[in-house]
Design a protein around this ligand. Structure first.
Ligand SMILES: [Zn+2]
Ligand SMILES: [Zn+2]
Length: 188
């Protein structure tokens, strides 16, 4: 199945499971279904969402070229910042990948380094009981946070959809004064 349809299907399933995030998930499902058709016009959907939104969706289909001097926390394909982290099995343990907020490319990144400021001593991890395959990395040095998914714990996981379902952790982090490294397409 087309990757956009897989994403839409997962977002619709999550909307049933996580009612407090349903509005954002259903909007994401509609966008993904439109992307699956190769649509170029998102004007009617964009009215419900932040300004940068339609630009980012179009950029996913046709990503820019990353600059040669990109930083470690920028996507090697298009140069944008990550939306989320992914723990992938490696050897006896697991390794962290970051996933681009625009083109969804994954690249390896040190697990004990803040993906916003590079700090290695002020990282904390939080979980919510509701979505056991999801945790939130918080940097108390730069007050930034990022969700990290563990697809091995939830085989149906589609990272960019599951990240949107994490709104309970978003609400908690924002209340503590943290800012998300990159807001998702739902504007959170
Ligand atoms: Zn990218
Ligand atoms: Zn930091």
């Amino acid at each position: 199945m087309n990757r956009y349809l897989v994403r839409a299907q997962r977002a619709r399933a999550l909307a049933d499971q996580v009612p407090y995030a349903a509005e954002a998930l259903l909007l994401f499902a509609q966008v993904s279904e439109r992307q699956a058709l190769g649509a170029a016009d998102y004007g009617d959907l964009a009215a419900q969402a932040p300004d940068t939104w339609a630009t980012r969706i179009r950029a996913e289909l046709n990503p820019p070229q990353a600059p040669a001097d990109r930083a470690d926390n920028e996507c090697p394909r298009c140069g944008e910042l990550p939306q989320l982290g992914l723990l992938r099995p490696q050897g006896d343990g697991d390794a962290l990948n970051l996933a681009c907020s625009v083109c969804r490319t994954e690249w390896p990144f040190p697990r004990t380094t803040c993906p916003a400021c590079g700090d290695t001593e002020h990282l904390e991890f939080y979980r919510s009981g509701h979505l056991p395959h999801l945790q939130t990395l918080v940097c108390t040095a730069c007050k930034t946070y990022l969700h990290i998914l563990e697809p091995i714990k939830e085989l149906a996981c589609v990272p960019e959809a599951d990240e949107i379902a994490a709104q309970a952790l978003d609400a908690w982090a924002l209340e503590q004064g943290y800012q998300k490294l990159t807001p998702n397409l739902a504007g959170v």
